[in-house]
Design a protein around this ligand. Structure first.
Ligand code: HEM
Length: 148
């Protein structure tokens, strides 16, 4: 019971952390990004990736050591819907990560480099889609916990 509670607390804190990082990335990703903003975005994005990794680790531990037992989840379509949606979020997070790394490299090679506004707008869309899907993940999480 204590393990289940501890894992549930960690899971919720990490999920809230992920949502805050996503929103902060979106808020910082504005046309006219200055030099140091790109480095800050890349660092934030690395934190976002690390947090997502921890969510997977804690999530798997919840499946294995949670009070309901792993069989509850393995036969639960809502659980698999949640996993699939989370995987799509992971895929949608790849283009922004590549862009931030590319921009940092361009800054190192060319003094005064600034990402074009059109590209910033394109990358913002990936973050907006991720945030929309995160809402769906939360809805699927609540459903999977109740309809097994
Ligand atoms: C961003 C991704 C994720 C979000 C937003 C999320 C969100 C949530 C939320 C809000 C709950 C509480 C549901 C409730 O009790 O009403 C929950 C429970 C849970 N999550 Fe996640 N989760 C995520 C990723 C994962 C992953 C990757 C796994 C497994 C690999 C996982 C496994 C679980 C388990 C086992 C529970 C317990 C459900 C129960 O009480 O039966 N989660 N999640």
């Amino acid at each position: 019971m204590i393990a289940d509670l501890t894992l549930a607390i960690a899971h919720h804190v990490l999920v809230f952390g992920l949502a805050v990082m996503m929103a902060t990335e979106l808020a910082r990703l504005r046309p006219g990004l200055a030099g140091s903003d790109v480095a800050r975005l890349a660092r934030l994005d690395a934190g976002y990736g690390g947090t997502a990794g921890l969510i997977i680790v804690i999530g798997v531990l919840r499946v294995i050591y949670g009070v309901k037992g792993y069989a509850y989840y393995l036969h639960n379509p809502w659980f698999w819907g949640k996993m699939a949606t989370f995987a799509v979020i992971g895929l949608l997070s790849i283009p922004p990560t590549i862009a931030f790394l590319r921009w940092r490299k361009a800054q190192a090679l060319e003094a005064g480099f600034a990402p074009p506004d059109s590209e910033i707008a394109r990358i913002r869309r990936f973050l907006v889609y991720q945030m929309a899907l995160l809402v769906l993940v939360v809805a699927l999480a609540a459903t999977m916990a109740r309809l097994g």
